[in-house]
Design a protein around this ligand. Structure first.
Ligand code: FRU
Length: 548
């Protein structure tokens, strides 16, 4: 045998062994609520598929592992009594480890894991990004979100689902929308169809209708699904998609429908990001949509809403923003948004793709926003988080009406004031703060009064939480001009959780967030600094956990 033949034969042998090790299946009768699946980021992804009676029931990409780094789960309660075949085309030695149980693997430590944020929503297992379909209905706030249930990175886009009585305490429910033959489930919104315009209602029960993007590599199309049980189970409309605008824009970037009822015109409005901006579509029935207009200059995840200026219902403006939260202020007649001013920002940092709740009760017309916090959760079986819910208001400033954002009043139940001091030097403040150094979570509020137009601020174990530079007029590098333009004082309300920090400046005129990254070798803890600064109205609060 010459060398070439020999190496070809070796190659064939290797391939067959690899092939047999890389594809396998197991058959299982479902008797419990969950299938627990062992995974590791060190493994390559493979396709896992469940079949019942020869028909595919679900399929997803997963990094199955014989030596799991952590466990994920899939809810199979709907399959009880059925026999399923689980097949996997990746390295399949983790397959025999899959087991069913009425508890998820890790239930005992759930929400108490070392790096689990204690007052921000995170998912039990897997990845989250954009909030979706945020809606209030019958006493419950619904938060759907971009979700990969099967690992801590982005993949298998689905709509996760959690409900809350107060937007602070959350109960995670089973996945609401899973990928189908039109694609994976990208971002979108939800409405309640009180007038049965789409014909999905049943008797007196109005449908909760979700509008979302189905994503494939070469297309992003808009689809509809509805739920008659408060978002617990969903039926996808059989004539999906309802909008396919790839040809109009010569672009695959057409996504993230944001839908609401436009009362004066008695029609539905959809704001859809298409290629280079936000388009407006209108509809009578949530299924047939007419293209109306387009505002360039935005990317992904639109929002559009009307707000009173300084709380005066007779003086309103419309706000349009995109995924980075930059916004325009203008007017809207149901078909066209006319920008008057912008673009501005009111928030920066880890926030992305924020959305606001719709269908708020008439007695509580607040505009409440939740943003995706792009915050790594080191070593955890879950990743990223939602930032604190904030109320958005439009207020008159010297430069015209501007957005302000502040944590909603419901968050106040979490905080207990431990100590406060009216006026201190930075040295005194630092001494007083010593006993709070090692808390995993707390809130500090203070005004700093500068004596020089140079930098002053606040560190947490050497991490620059606040760096106000009056020479460059920046806060942590971002341009900031206070409402009192000659004022030497700045107020910061600082919310520290295990892995994140959110800062609200001057009552919400500007806010930002960052990952919490203490320098392990630093012993300074909480530390005010600056040339002869005064620390005024320093307050320290403890924070309750939102998890039981
Ligand atoms: C924004 C985004 C959306 C898209 C989703 C996919 O973060 O890119 O445009 O629908 O994430 O997960």
């Amino acid at each position: 045998m010459n060398l070439i033949t020999k190496s070809i034969l070796t190659a064939i042998f290797l391939l067959t062994t690899i092939n047999s090790a890389f594809s396998a299946d197991v058959t299982l009768k479902i008797t419990k609520r969950y299938l627990n699946l062992p995974v590791s980021q060190k493994q390559d992804q493979g396709n896992m598929r469940f079949d019942i009676g020869g028909e595919q029931e679900r399929s997803f990409r997963i990094r199955l592992a014989a030596n799991p780094e952590y466990w994920v789960f899939t809810d199979v309660s709907a399959l009880k009594g059925k026999t399923i075949k689980i097949s996997y085309d990746g390295k399949a030695d983790g397959l025999p480890k899959i087991y069913q149980d009425d508890q998820i693997n890790g239930q005992d430590s759930l929400y108490h894991e070392k790096n689990r944020p204690q007052y921000h929503f995170t998912t039990k297992r897997g990845w989250i990004n954009d909030p979706n379909g945020m809606i209030f209905y019958e006493g419950e706030y619904h938060l759907f979100y971009q979700h990969n249930p099967y690992e801590r990175e982005w993949e298998n886009m689905s709509w996760g689902h959690a409900v809350s009585p107060d937007m602070v305490h959350w109960n995670e429910l089973p996945v609401a929308l899973s990928p189908d033959n039109l694609g994976t489930m990208f971002s979108g919104s939800a409405v309640i169809d009180y007038n049965n315009t789409a014909g999905f209602n049943k008797g007196k029960t109005p449908a909760m209708v979700a509008l979302y993007t189905a994503f494939t590599k070469d297309k992003q199309i808009q689809c509809v699904a509805y739920s008659l049980d408060k978002g617990r189970t969903w039926t996808k409309y059989e004539k999906n998609p309802i909008i396919d605008s790839k040809a109009r824009w010569n672009s695959v970037d057409t996504r993230d429908p944001r839908v609401f009822w436009y009362k004066p015109g008695k029609h539905w409005v959809m704001v859809l990001n298409e290629r280079d901006g936000h388009s407006i579509y209108t509809s009578q029935n949530l299924k047939d949509w007419n293209y109306e207009s387009h505002t360039t200059g935005f990317w992904e995840c639109p929002d559009l809403f009307e707000l009173p200026i300084d709380g005066d219902k007779n003086k309103t403006k419309w706000v349009m923003y995109g995924a980075s939260n930059s916004y325009m202020v203008g007017s809207f007649d149901g078909k066209t948004f006319l920008p008057e001013a912008g673009k501005f920002y009111y928030v920066t940092g880890t926030i992305y793709a924020a959305q606001t709740f719709t269908n708020m009760p008439e007695t509580d017309p607040r505009r409440i926003q939740i943003g995706w916090g792009r915050v790594q959760q080191p070593g955890m079986p879950f990743n990223n988080m939602m930032l604190m819910p904030t109320e958005l208001t439009l207020r008159t400033t010297k430069d015209g009406p501007r957005l302000f954002s502040k944590p909603i009043r419901e968050t106040q139940q979490l905080f207990e004031k431990l100590k406060s001091w009216p006026v201190l030097t930075s040295d005194e403040a630092n001494k007083n703060l010593k006993e709070f150094y090692n808390s995993d979570r707390f809130r500090v509020k203070a005004s700093i009064k500068l004596s020089h137009a140079t930098s002053a601020g606040f560190n947490l174990f050497a991490q620059r939480v606040l760096d106000y530079d009056m020479n460059n007029n920046t806060i942590n590098g971002v341009f900031y001009s206070p409402e009192n333009i000659t004022g030497m004082e700045l107020t910061a309300d600082i919310y520290v959780d295990r892995t994140s920090i959110e800062v609200f400046i001057d009552g919400g005129k500007y806010s930002y967030s960052m990952e919490r990254r203490p320098d392990k070798n630093n012993t300074e803890g909480l530390h005010f600094w600056g040339n002869n600064i005064e620390v005024k109205n320093l307050e320290v609060y403890s924070v309750k956990s939102i998890w039981k």
